[in-house]
Design a protein around this ligand. Structure first.
Ligand code: NAD
Length: 321
């Protein structure tokens, strides 16, 4: 017997399953991410598909999902979905526009402080040595340093406020859509992108992955940067040209890179050289993953699906109706 509508949730952790089950008892739930081929197999009759950023929906996968009407991604970024293909098929696409920008912003400082103040290396040293020694662990302070932000949306603006008011940093930012009121409220100053590269001691990336932002950090932009610059990426891996970054770290142009995202998160062999550099800290895309954020992320996705079913405009509509 056919149940309407057919809803498929992918990459739902066991601990979040009940939340989904309560709202959509009939939904099919898979506890891990699937490859594009597997998605087509699992979702042959699916009308509503709810995914994480780890499920890539390319042209072929979308073509294979013949009954699909709505995709909801439980993420801010939607670069993993081919929007040209969804538009052709008139499939609506929603994201979760904000499940707590503070969670990602806090993580930026977790990376920055732990890296610059040698927290992981200090811990390793204490665990592995009999001496309680500070040798090799001199840190770098934040106060007075210039932080350059690329993107001043929900996360970038939050990072600016914490940096300027909390750490007394000088914050400059680039965004193609500057908002002077936002800058005043969050204590930063807009500047040109080139000035971000040239004047920043620390650069933090907060723009979406778009054709215009892919490899925006590359050999050319790195060549403009200060010697010893620190780069933080909690946005999307594809924003950095990893080969150029490896080279710049090896020749000491870039002193540290703190990365929560990589271009090839599904194939770490391609990233191994970068990951294994001692000046690099990599975390497995966990900036969003905290007590505050996960519930809100599911609530927002569920609200979008319910609105769509009730023929109302769904929350976070990126494309479609
Ligand atoms: P947002 O949509 O609120 O802000 C994005 C900002 O980037 C906007 O102000 C936009 O004008 C700006 N922008 C667009 N093109 C740009 C360019 N060429 N140069 C500079 N800025 C540009 O998004 P947000 O909530 O602040 O999130 C930012 C990004 O962080 C998301 O797109 C997503 O990829 C990433 N993210 C990562 C995690 C994680 O767990 N690591 C979690 C959430 C979001």
């Amino acid at each position: 017997m056919k149940n309407f509508p057919r809803i498929l949730f992918l990459d739902v952790l066991k601990e979040d399953e009940l939340l989904v089950r309560k709202k959509f008892p009939e939904a099919k739930i898979v506890n891990h991410a699937l490859s594009d081929d597997e998605i087509v197999k699992a979702g042959a009759d699916t009308e509503i598909l709810c995914i994480s950023y780890r499920c890539k929906l390319d042209k072929e996968a979308i073509a294979g999902l013949k009954n699909l009407k709505l995709i909801v991604t439980r993420s801010v970024g939607y670069d993993h979905i081919d929007l040209v293909a969804t538009r052709e098929r008139k499939i609506s696409v929603c994201n979760v526009p904000d499940y707590g920008a503070h969670v990602i912003s806090e993580f930026v400082f977790a990376l920055l402080l732990s890296g610059l103040r040698q927290v992981p290396s200090g811990n390793v040293q204490v665990e592995n040595s009999k001496a309680f020694s500070s040798k090799g662990l001199r840190g770098i302070a934040l106060k007075g340093k210039t932080l350059g932000l690329v993107g001043t949306g929900k996360i970038g603006a939050n990072v600016a406020r914490i940096a300027s008011l909390g750490f007394l940093m000088n914050v400059i930012a680039y965004d193609p859509k500057p908002d002077q009121e936002l800058a005043r409220a969050n204590h930063f100053r807009y500047t040109r992108l080139e000035t971000i590269w040239k004047n920043s001691d620390i650069i933090s990336l907060h723009c979406p992955l778009l054709p215009t932002t892919k490899h925006i950090v590359n050999a050319k932009s790195i060549s403009l940067m200060k010697k010893g610059v620190v780069i933080i990426n909690t946005s999307r891996g594809g924003i950095i040209d990893a080969k150029a970054l490896v080279k710049a770290i090896k020749n000491k142009k870039v002193s540290h890179a703190f990365l929560d995202v990589l271009e090839h998160e599904n194939d770490l062999t391609q990233e191994r050289e970068l990951i294994n550099l001692p000046q690099v800290i990599v975390t497995p895309h966990i900036a969003f993953f905290a007590d505050d954020s996960m519930g809100k992320m599911y609530e927002s996705a569920i609200t979008s699906i319910k609105a769509f079913l009730n023929k109302k405009p769904p929350l976070g509509l990126i494309s479609g109706v």
